[in-house]
Design a protein around this ligand. Structure first.
Ligand code: GLN
Length: 311
């Protein structure tokens, strides 16, 4: 069944029944500003072409965190091409958590396993075209304005500062990769771009629009233009399936079968090939760093509306 049949009151009722799952999660600790988010926030937007169904806190602004990895991957692939990008980052899922460092030491050459874990995402961000960090983040924002049609989307400087003060693990990953010639340049400037990228803030409706475009081969439903080339949209969607929920991706593929990406803010993005895009926010996280209620909501929606791409 197509998502266009979902009514707001139906989504609202479903969310009310799933809200208790948030209690099973806990708030992230390593970025203090995220820890301050309201654990009861719960928003969801589902869009397809020009229809949008939204419920709960769908207008609330939150930072993308790891959801941004999907967008920076698309942009760096558009900037540099597959050969360059995949010379720096692999295509394989991992059973390790998103901030793992040990795999970098075991892999020879020590390039990160995939673009959805922190090391891989930092390497990908280093490939965004631009002479300065400012230009790189500016280009990423412009790309997001184009994808969402919302030029007001900006960086939450407070969250970026909060992460910068607690970024030693990402700093370590960056310097490790530099010492093994995976990436080069000024690591502090690169970290700055990566952290700002994670702190880009938007609401569930903006996120759902991005999902819709990625889902439908990169095509903008308004202009009919391909904002993302179809082949790149396909690569991005494939990574969302194999690595989007970190080391919970296999189970999520079986239960939901939706190309999706989560972030430590409790954000979740879903992208279906029929152009259905889903944006969710619910901050408490399960043990693997995925939104506890968000995961349950996407699984339930997928089962109810037969969204799995593996049917
Ligand atoms: N900004 C966070 C970090 O790099 C993003 C991680 C996440 O969302 N899982 O640690």
């Amino acid at each position: 069944m197509n998502s266009l049949f979902i009514e707001e009151k139906e989504l609202d009722a479903l969310m009310k029944s799933i809200q208790p799952y948030a209690k099973k999660g806990s708030m992230p600790e390593y970025i203090p500003e995220l820890n301050k988010m309201d654990p009861d926030l719960f928003g969801c937007a589902i869009c397809n072409e020009d229809s949008m169904t939204a419920a709960g806190d769908a207008d609330y602004l939150f930072t993308l965190q790891s959801v941004s990895k999907v967008i920076s991957l698309a942009l760096s692939l558009m900037d540099q091409g597959e050969e360059v990008v995949f010379s720096k980052v692999g295509m394989e899922p991992t059973g390790d958590p998103f901030h793992t460092i040990h795999a970098l030491e075991e892999e020879k050459p020590s390039k990160p396993l995939n673009p959805m874990i922190n090391a891989g995402a930092i390497a990908v961000t280093s490939l965004i075209a631009g002479k300065s960090g400012e230009e790189k983040i500016g280009r990423l924002l412009t790309f997001i304005h184009e994808l969402t049609g919302n030029p007001a989307i900006s960086i939450c400087e407070k969250t970026a500062r909060s992460e910068k003060e607690n970024a030693d693990l990402n700093r370590a990953l960056s310097y490790f990769m530099k010492s093994h010639q995976v990436i080069d340049g000024d690591m502090e400037s690169l970290l700055d771009v990566y952290i700002k990228q994670c702190s880009i803030q938007m609401n569930c409706k903006d996120l759902a629009r991005i999902g819709s475009i990625i889902g439908k081969k990169g095509r903008d439903p308004n202009s009919g233009r391909n904002i993302i080339p179809p082949r790149i949209a396909r690569i991005v969607k494939t990574f969302m399936v194999t690595c989007g929920m970190y080391n919970a991706s296999g189970e999520f593929a079986i239960r939901a079968g939706v190309p999706a990406k989560s972030g430590v803010s409790g954000a979740m993005l879903g992208a279906l090939p029929d152009g259905t895009g889903i944006g969710i926010i619910s901050p408490p996280l399960d043990k693997k760093g995925n939104s506890a209620a968000g995961l349950k909501l996407l699984e339930t929606l997928s089962q109810k509306y037969k969204w799995s791409i593996f049917t």
